[in-house]
Every structure is written in C-alpha cells, then in structure tokens.
Design a protein around this ligand. Structure first.
Ligand SMILES: Cc1cc2nc3c(=O)[nH]c(=O)nc-3n(C[C@H](O)[C@H](O)[C@H](O)COP(=O)(O)OP(=O)(O)OC[C@H]3O[C@@H](n4cnc5c(N)ncnc54)[C@H](O)[C@@H]3O)c2cc1C
Length: 485
C-alpha cells in the first residue's frame, strides 16, 4: 500500500479522499499480485490501476460513491471464477474486490445463514456444518458466493429446492448513490428482490446474502469414469434420469464427455449423488450399469464431493453454453462434435497440455416447480417458458496461452452453434434459455429470459440506479442496457 501523499493514480486519490487509502492495492504491491494471481482463469487476470478491498458494506458504499461521482470505470469481483476477460476485473480501472467480505454466520432463530459475497462455498459449508446445517449452494469448493448466486446457481439440490437464488431470502445491497438497502421476500423492495435472482450485477453491489438453510448430513455419491464407447448408453441414462428426476428429487447427476489427460484422454464421466445418503438410488440404475474404468461412489460428505467438479486454475478457459430439449439424438450430436473438436486441439497443441469437455446437466420442468415452491416471489430466469424437460450444456476448452485461447475460442463457439442448428431441426429441440453462469461474454443471456423478465430487470435497474452507473461505469457482466427490444 502506498501512503496517501504518494498515490500513483487519480482513481486511488478519489478513494483515498473517501477514507479508503488503507484499503487500496497498487500494481507494485505484493498483495496486488496475489489477488490477480487468485483469479481462477488467466484470461481474467487483467491489470487494474488499483484494487480496493472494502471491509464492510459501508466501505463498499464509500468506494461506489467515490467512483460514481468521478466517473471512474470499475469492476466488481467476488470469488473471481468467471472465465472471460472483463467480467470481474478491469484493465486501467478500479477493481472492487469483495474478497474480504467472506464471512458466514448462522442465525439459529430463523435457521438462515448470512453469507458475504466474497466467501467460497467450501468455507460456507464448513461453517454451517458446525451447526448441523447447510445451504443449497455451489458444487465446487473454490467458486465464490457472489457471482454464483446472482447468476442463478445450479446446485446438488436444484431438483429439490430450486436454483440457489430461490433460496436467498434477503439481499443487502449498495446502490450507485451509496445507499445500503435490504431487498427481502415479502418485504421491502420486492421488485429488486426478484430481479437479483438471475439478473447479475445490473443494480448495485450485494454485500450480504441471507439464505434459508437445510439439515446437513452424509450423502452418497461420487464419480465414475467410462470408456468413450459407453457414451451412447451414458446419454440414454442421462435422458432417462432427466425424464424421471421428479420421482427422486434428492438424487442429482450430470454426464460429461471430455478430453482429460489426467484420465488418460477421451472419457465419459458420470457425477452423481443422493443427498439423503441413499446408496445406489434406483433413479441411477442405468448410469450405474454403464461400463466403467473406475468409480469412487460411497457414503461421503458434501465437502468431499465438491472436489470432483474442480477444474485446475491458471489455464485460459473458454466456456460457451446452450440449452436443448432432453433428447438423446441432440446430446449424442454434441458429444460427437466435442470429440471432433478434441482431435483438432490434439493436432494443434503439440505438448497436449489442454483439456476440453461438454457437460450435460438435467434441467427438467421439475426445476421450475421447485423454484416456485421455494420462492413464491419468482426469479427472472424465465425457465417457465420452456415446454420440455431440458439439458443444460456447458462446452469448454482450457489451454495454456492467450494465443491458443484466441485459436480455440471459435472452435468451442462453432461446436455450440452446430449443436443449436442440429437441435433446431427437432421440434422444441433448441431451448432459448442461456445460463448466465456458463455463458461467454457475447452470448445473449438476459434476452433469453423472455420479454417479461427483461422488463423486470430493466425497470429495477432504472429505479435503483437511475443514473445508470452500473451500466456505464461497470462494463463487466451481462448488461440490461445492451438488450435490444
Ligand atoms: C470450477 C468451476 C465450477 C463451477 N461450478 C458451478 C456449479 O456447480 N453451478 C453453477 O451454477 N455454476 C458453476 N460455476 C460457474 C460459477 O457459478 C460462475 O463462474 C460464478 O460467476 C462464480 O462466482 P464468483 O463469485 O466466483 O464470480 P466472479 O467472477 O467474482 O463474479 C461473477 C460476476 O458477478 C458479479 N458479482 C459478483 N459478486 C457480486 C456482488 N456481490 N454484487 C454485484 N455483482 C457481483 C461480478 O461483477 C461478475 O460480473 C462454476 C465455475 C467454475 C470455474
């Protein structure tokens, strides 16, 4: 940290005048380098003029007020797990780093948990476990609370309790004018309360999420690796699971087709759990019958299974997403296109230091019913528009250099486009919904929520940020001002 009389840039001066000089990190500081290194994806490691690390909602308010008043571009970072450049960081601007707002507090009086946006799910679960409770949160240890919850949040419990955002009962949020308000279920600011459930960073900076908790306990689950020739049967198992998920909402699964050197190259992966610790639940019968290279299914803990979805840091990651009807022919097409892409990557990356995958995650109509049951205020995801059970696809390639990222990005994009074209040839095959948390920057996320929800987000953004500070000065994320009518 520099002293106030030697501040190296004008942004820092404004922050210092707001009493935040001791919270500011500059490029020459070791702590600045540590925070930049801690972004999960290399593409996100931009160089801001400075990083400000507030210790409280009040300090977030001071920072936002100073930056808004002086028209300084800024970014907001929570767990830092979004992969694309500019979502959670900004070159030559100020990054508001919420990493120190990372507390988890359990409130026994109403069985809720107060979560700081900069917390990591592994720490949230560890703290709540001390009280015999948990929340419907992330499926990976290091992912941050803030971005995950503002984008929706697909969890191990979505088929039982709806999206993670449906389980948030209150948001403490700093608005562009510096005011700190609470939007809560059935209480104040219900329009904002709803818009925050999938609407991203269009309204302000959330400084505290209050979530409903549920009992914690042992679970049963793990992952299984399959040879590539088991993929067609794996796809059938996925489609069967998605169709029948309502019969057992405590069981979850996803199926992945990937090129993973740590697993010896091309591989199918089933990740499956029963959250009530029922061993080998009947709903997984088809998945469990697939030919396997290995599995580690067992009675275990949430903390342990969090590591199974981990993806290593420090790659340049390219993610695109799309949603399709629960139809085996489309899933098979996506798997085949992935395998072709993996061959191209193998041919173009001589040291073979890359991974790629397509993951297929059930999004049955059941999810919409469970969202409504958990949260009568509704969210803005717009999934109720879908007539069919669906599959969420996340297509990804992870490479070691920016040049390789630029080379591989069009390939992942083309994969998704080709799947969409194929899906469009089947009635209801291409589902318009684009999942914010998996989307690439150019994908039309908010549009995909449908006109009513676009209207809700737009009205809330206009009402709570009438000067458009989060549209003009905070370019990261998916902006409602970019949505055309
Ligand atoms: C290994 C891995 C596993 C994952 N697993 C899952 C999964 O199981 N389910 C799932 O749904 N998603 C998953 N994701 C995607 C993940 O949900 C998103 O990347 C999410 O944005 C990460 O949250 P974060 O806090 O780390 O995000 P950041 O990158 O810090 O922030 C994401 C966006 O949200 C904004 N933002 C963050 N916090 C706030 C705040 N408090 N107020 C206002 N704006 C804010 C930022 O400005 C940014 O635009 C996974 C990602 C990775 C890399």
């Amino acid at each position: 940290m520099a002293g106030v009389d030697s501040l190296p840039n004008p942004q820092a001066e404004w922050l210092a005048q707001s009493g935040l000089e001791s919270r500011v990190l500059f490029p020459a500081d070791a702590a600045y380098a540590t925070r930049i290194d801690s972004y999960w994806c290399n593409s996100a490691k931009l160089r801001p003029s400075c990083i400000v690390q507030p210790h409280s909602a009040y300090e977030v308010s001071r920072a936002v007020t100073a930056l808004a008043k002086t028209n300084q571009p800024f970014a907001v970072r929570a767990g830092g797990h979004t992969n694309w450049a500019g979502s959670n960081n900004i070159a030559d601007g100020v990054t508001i780093d919420l990493g120190l707002l990372n507390s988890t507090q359990y409130d026994d009086t109403n069985q809720t948990a107060h979560l700081g946006p900069g917390g990591k799910w592994k720490d949230v679960y560890a703290e709540l476990e001390r009280h015999g409770r948990t929340v419907s949160g992330g499926r990976e240890a290091e992912v941050g609370v803030g971005g995950f919850l503002l984008g929706g949040g697909n969890t191990f419990y979505t088929s039982r309790y709806g999206w993670a955002c449906d389980n948030v009962v209150a948001y403490e949020i700093v608005l562009a004018d510096g005011s700190i308000i609470t939007a809560e279920a059935g209480g104040r600011h219900t329009d904002l309360f709803r818009a925050l459930k999938g609407g991203g960073n269009n309204f302000g900076i959330v400084t505290r999420f209050t979530m409903r908790t549920i009992p914690s306990g042992p679970i049963w689950g793990g992952l299984a690796l399959h040879p590539l020739d088991a993929v067609p049967a794996g796809v059938d198992a996925l489609v069967d699971f998605t169709t029948n998920n309502a019969s057992d909402p405590y069981t979850n699964m996803q199926f992945v087709v990937g090129h993973q050197p740590r697993f010896g190259g091309g591989v199918g992966i089933t990740i499956a759990n029963n959250m009530l610790a029922v061993e080998k639940p009947p709903l997984l019968q088809k998945s469990l019958a697939l030919p396997e290279i290995m599995n580690n299914y067992k009675t275990t803990t949430l903390q342990e299974v969090l590591t199974y979805s981990s993806l290593p840091p420090n790659y340049y990651n390219i993610w695109f997403t799309l949603t399709i009807k629960n139809d085996a022919s489309i899933v098979r097409k996506a798997a085949a296109l992935h395998n072709e892409m993996a061959k191209e990557l193998q041919a173009g990356i001589p040291d073979q230091d890359f991974t790629s995958h397509v993951s297929f995650q059930p999004v049955p109509r059941l999810f919409v019913q469970q969202s409504h049951a958990a949260n009568s205020s509704g969210n803005v995801l717009g999934l109720e528009q879908n007539t069919y059970d669906a599959i969420l696809i996340q297509a990804s390639a992870s490479v070691r250099t920016a040049e390789l990222e630029a080379w591989a990005r069009p390939k992942v994009c083309a994969l998704v486009d080709e799947v969409r074209t194929f899906a469009s040839s089947i009635e209801g095959g291409a589902v318009p919904w684009v999942y914010l948390n998996y989307a690439h920057s150019g994908q039309e996320v908010l549009q995909s929520y449908g006109p009513e929800n676009v209207g809700r987000i737009r009205e809330a953004a206009l009402k709570y940020d009438p000067e458009g500070v989060f549209q003009r000065l905070c370019p990261g994320g998916f902006k409602i001002s970019a949505v055309k009518d």
